[in-house]
Design a protein around this ligand. Structure first.
Ligand code: SER
Length: 316
């Protein structure tokens, strides 16, 4: 089976590509991204092409020519960026999704599209947020995610398209940087502390959000897609989480290992509002029951690994 990753140049895509190659073979994975320079970089590790996912004809040709059987649609403008230009966020996030759904229908592909903690809003229970609950997000990013979940489930029930999805929390990683998200602070802090010894945080110290280390996120992407269909009661989308912490707790864990590190807070009002509207911690028992979700990385081993890996990058 050939697998296409669209929006492959982002935080998740750049690490999903080698993960997919290791599981399904190097020649069976194609990386597509909008930006030429990003594709040049990706071509060092993978078959790669420039693709504007909003151009359905170019997208169709790529899927058809390469006999694609599975699509990972990772195209997205994230939550904080989305608030700067809501119309663009809608066009990009929903445009890439509807094209992916239509091509999955036409070419009988399975389709993974990440949803997010951003699909929830103020009116959702914030503690132990249930799998099936009220979803009234307060950002355009969240509106796209809820619409995307509904549309993906519609394509499954109406056309039988094998659509699957997880609601990712903040993803922490040491490869490509996240961009424009509300959870980005949990990545930025490691670079700043190792480069300058200081970090100024835009999120209030007591705001809890779910988080996950990249190796677990990659396993979520592939374990869900490889799960037997008959086991799935839900499809779009599963709560998944690995840890929940607030900035104060993360910084304490870093300071334990880097005693000279200093932190201060300058709250970004947009990110403050967004983070306050998201769950503190999600209940991911449906993912555990239906396809065996079982994260391996918690706060302490994640912080150890991030400091080691980013330390190597910063010292270069
Ligand atoms: N990491 C994303 C964001 O902060 C949430 O899905 O926008």
């Amino acid at each position: 089976m050939n697998i296409l990753v669209v929006g492959a140049g982002g935080q998740i895509g750049t690490e999903l590509i080698p993960h997919l190659q290791s599981l399904y073979g190097e020649d069976n994975v194609i990386a597509a991204d909008l930006k030429k320079d990003v594709v040049e970089k990706l071509s060092e590790i993978s078959r790669s092409v420039v693709l504007d996912a909003l151009d359905v004809n170019a997208y169709r040709e790529l899927v058809s020519k390469n006999k694609i059987g599975r699509i990972y649609n990772l195209v997205a403008l994230l939550s904080a960026t989305g608030e700067k230009n809501p119309q663009l966020a809608w066009d990009v996030n929903m445009g890439a999704l509807i094209n992916s759904l239509e091509l999955a229908r036409e070419f009988n592909c399975s389709l993974f599209t990440p949803s997010s903690i951003g699909a929830f809003g103020h009116s959702t229970p914030h503690k132990n947020t249930p799998q099936d609950t009220i979803m009234q997000p307060n950002t355009i990013y969240g509106v796209c995610k809820v619409s995307g979940e509904l549309l993906s489930d519609y394509y499954y029930t109406r056309f039988g398209v094998d659509t699957r999805s997880v609601r990712f929390p903040g993803i922490i990683s040491n490869g490509a940087l996240p961009g424009g998200g509300t959870t980005d602070y949990a990545v930025e802090v490691f670079y700043e502390i190792l480069k300058t010894g200081h970090y100024t945080c835009p999120i209030p110290e007591n705001t809890y959000m779910d988080m996950m280390y990249m190796p677990d996120a990659l396993r979520a992407c592939t374990d869900l897609m490889d799960a037997p269909a008959e086991k799935l009661i839900h499809r779009n989308s599963f709560n998944v989480t690995a840890m929940s912490f607030n900035p104060k707790e993360l910084f304490a864990a870093i300071k334990k290992r880097v005693p000279e590190a200093t932190f201060k807070y300058e709250i970004d009002p947009v990110k403050d509002k967004i983070s306050a509207s998201w769950p503190d911690n999600m209940d991911d028992s449906c993912a555990r029951d239906e396809w065996g979700w079982n994260p391996q990385w918690l706060l302490d081993n994640m912080v150890d690994d991030m400091l080691t890996e980013i330390g190597k990058k910063v010292r270069k």
